[in-house]
Design a protein around this ligand. Structure first.
Ligand code: AMP
Ligand code: GLY
Length: 416
């Protein structure tokens, strides 16, 4: 099978790495990719937001499956353009991707499907904002309605900060604060059949001990030794299947990766958010543990034949990923700094630990930073403690001026 992956972050590197190890995959292409993906796939320049350009590229490459990684092209309808060219595409339509593209839309779908989530108000005026903030009290949860790369959400005890963020958005969702640990659960779906993946936990704040601003994600681990073994079945029944059924009922079936961001509260599981694509950095640990070859599953989802696929199988190994971010991330990051130590990780830590590139590019012989989240080091081990040790040993070999990373990824779950 000839496969084309659209995107160029660590998630796409993880997808390409898994696909490159899949015997069904005879040719692997990625556009635009990054310096790390170039080692496992042939790269092509493309404007990932331009559906016609992506469809032309896929046609020219005779791709038999296109996988659209990031949310922005999905929300821009790139998957529709590929399908219109007659090529199977893993990724939701523009209409179904609104589940991620609009928090207000997601709330409406959840209400219709009976999916448990935080109570919320959608506000567009100063009066509505003040009433909603008053109604819920602190801590305030204020979410920009549109796409914001994980940075549109402010959670704060400071009403002035909450109000200022709310007023800076065109349309804003203000909601009840959900207490309790967060879990990310992904499911692959063809619009009818839903195949859950294994749960992971993401670390959203920039600094250790969940301090600092929200980011796109600073690290992740899987499995979750503290979680109820029935969690996946419960979320399938109360969240994933009803959401997929509701979107099909509306005539806009969701085909692709449905990401449920969950809070495990004292009153039960609640949805914090949906995404319409593989999460980053959770994908790095989930795919590290996936035993089933990936390409056929994604093709079945794209073709509407997922019911013929047996349940996914998983390695017993634990996986940990640690994101190395640029100076000043999640603020405007500094880029163009050389990254050293990548060869040392390949020589000393593989195959248990490896680097997945996010914001990197080649500059002559050097690999330099090109984004906020620069790379993520992923490691596996017999348990979380071993995976953690291996991940941080490899992180320690990487030199990038001004970079920062969290030192507490999976620490609590490993019992340390
Ligand atoms: P989101 O972009 O919706 O995932 O929000 C980013 C992060 O903000 C989440 O991972 C949570 O840590 C936090 N957050 C979002 N909504 C809530 C909520 N209702 N209660 C508590 N924390 C929240
Ligand atoms: N890890 C959070 C996200 O992908 O949105």
């Amino acid at each position: 099978m000839k496969v084309l992956v659209i995107g160029g972050g660590a998630r796409e590197h993880a997808l390409c790495r898994s696909l490159s190890l899949d015997p069904d995959v005879t040719a692997l292409h990625c556009a635009p990719g990054n310096a790390g993906i170039a080692e496992v796939a042939e790269l092509h320049p493309v404007d990932a937001l331009d559906g016609a350009a992506v469809a032309r590229l896929a046609t020219g490459l005779e791709a038999e499956l296109v996988v659209v990684g990031p949310e922005a092209p999905l929300v821009a309808g790139v998957a529709d353009a590929v399908r219109a060219a007659g090529i199977p595409c893993f990724g939701p339509s523009e209409e179904a991707a609104l589940l991620e593209g609009s928090k207000a839309f997601a709330k409406d779908v959840m209400a219709a499907a009976g999916v448990p989530t935080a109570r919320s108000y959608v506000c567009t005026t100063h009066e509505e904002i003040d009433e909603a903030l008053d109604a819920f009290g602190a801590p305030y949860v204020v979410k920009d309605d549109g796409l914001a790369a994980g940075k549109g959400v402010v959670v704060t005890d400071d009403v002035e900060q909450a109000r200022a963020h709310a007023r800076s958005c065109d349309r804003v969702v203000i909601e009840e604060y959900l207490d309790g640990p967060e879990v990310s659960l992904f499911a692959i779906t063809d619009g009818t059949t839903v195949l859950p993946l294994t749960p992971a936990q993401d670390f959203k704040r920039a600094l250790d001990d969940d301090q600092g601003p929200n980011t796109g994600g600073m690290g992740a681990y899987s499995p979750l030794p503290w979680a109820d073994p029935k969690l996946v079945d419960e979320v399938m029944a109360s969240v994933l299947q009803p959401t997929v059924d509701e979107l099909r009922r509306r005539g806009t079936p969701f085909q692709g990766l449905l990401y449920a961001g969950l809070a495990i509260t004292s009153r039960g599981v609640r949805v914090i958010e949906f995404n319409a694509r593989f999460g980053d950095p959770e994908t790095q640990v989930v795919l590290a543990r996936l035993r089933t070859p990936l390409a056929r599953v994604l093709l079945h989802a794209a073709n509407g034949t997922l019911d013929s696929e047996p349940p996914l199988t998983w390695h017993d190994d634990a996986a940990v990923t640690v994101v190395v971010a640029s100076h000043n991330y999640p603020g405007t990051p500094r880029t163009g700094d050389p990254i050293e130590g990548l060869d040392e990780v390949a020589a000393k830590d593989a195959p248990h630990a490896y680097v997945l590139h996010a914001g990197t590019r080649r500059d002559g012989d050097a690999v330099v930073s090109a984004g906020g989240r620069v790379l993520s080091v992923t490691a596996t081990g017999k348990d979380l403690a071993e995976a953690r040790e291996r991940a941080y040993a490899a992180v320690g070999r990487i030199r990038l001026d001004g970079s920062h990373h969290r030192t507490d990824i999976a620490r609590k779950a490993a019992g340390e």
